[in-house]
Design a protein around this ligand. Structure first.
Ligand SMILES: [Zn+2]
Length: 128
C-alpha cells in the first residue's frame, strides 16, 4: 500500500512575495486587517466602503500602522497595477480604451473624430 504524500505547501500568489512577513491567510493578518478597517472604514482614495488593506508603500513587509491603508478593491487594484506596470489602462468617459496599443484605437466606425489621438506606440515607425 502506497501512502499518498502531500506536497509541502509553498506560498503562492500575493503570499509568494518574499518581503511579505505576515501570510494573508493567517490569523495575525486577519486581526491586523480588521483593526485597520475598524479604525478607518472608508477607502482613503474614493471614500467608498473599504474592503482591502493596502501596504501603501508597496512593500508587503512594512506592516507599520501608517503604511496600512484602507482601500476599496477597485482603488487597491488600480494602485497595485500602477506600481507593478507603471500605468493603468481602462476606458475613457466615451468607452474608448486608454491603452494606445488597443486594436480599438486603430479602427473606428465613427472615424477619426471619435478616436483619441494615437499614443507613442502608434506613432513609432521603422525599427522598434
Ligand atoms: Zn476606493
Amino acid at each position: 500500500m502506497t501512502a499518498s504524500r502531500k506536497r509541502p505547501s509553498r506560498p503562492s500568489g500575493r503570499d509568494a512575495d518574499p518581503r511579505r512577513t505576515i501570510p494573508l491567510n493567517s490569523h495575525r493578518w486577519q486581526r491586523l486587517r480588521a483593526a485597520v478597517l475598524a479604525r478607518e472604514p472608508l477607502c482613503r482614495d474614493c471614500k467608498h466602503v473599504a474592503t482591502d488593506v493596502d501596504h501603501d508603500d508597496g512593500n508587503p513587509g512594512n506592516n507599520r500602522p501608517e503604511n496600512l491603508v484602507p482601500r476599496c478593491h477597485s482603488c487597491h487594484s488600480t494602485k497595485t497595477m500602477r506600481e507593478q506596470h507603471g500605468s493603468t489602462y481602462g476606458c475613457d468617459v466615451n468607452g474608448w480604451p486608454t491603452d494606445p496599443r488597443s486594436h480599438w484605437n486603430e479602427k473606428s466606425l465613427e472615424g477619426d473624430a471619435a478616436r483619441p489621438p494615437p499614443g507613442p506606440f502608434l506613432q513609432r515607425n521603422g525599427r522598434g
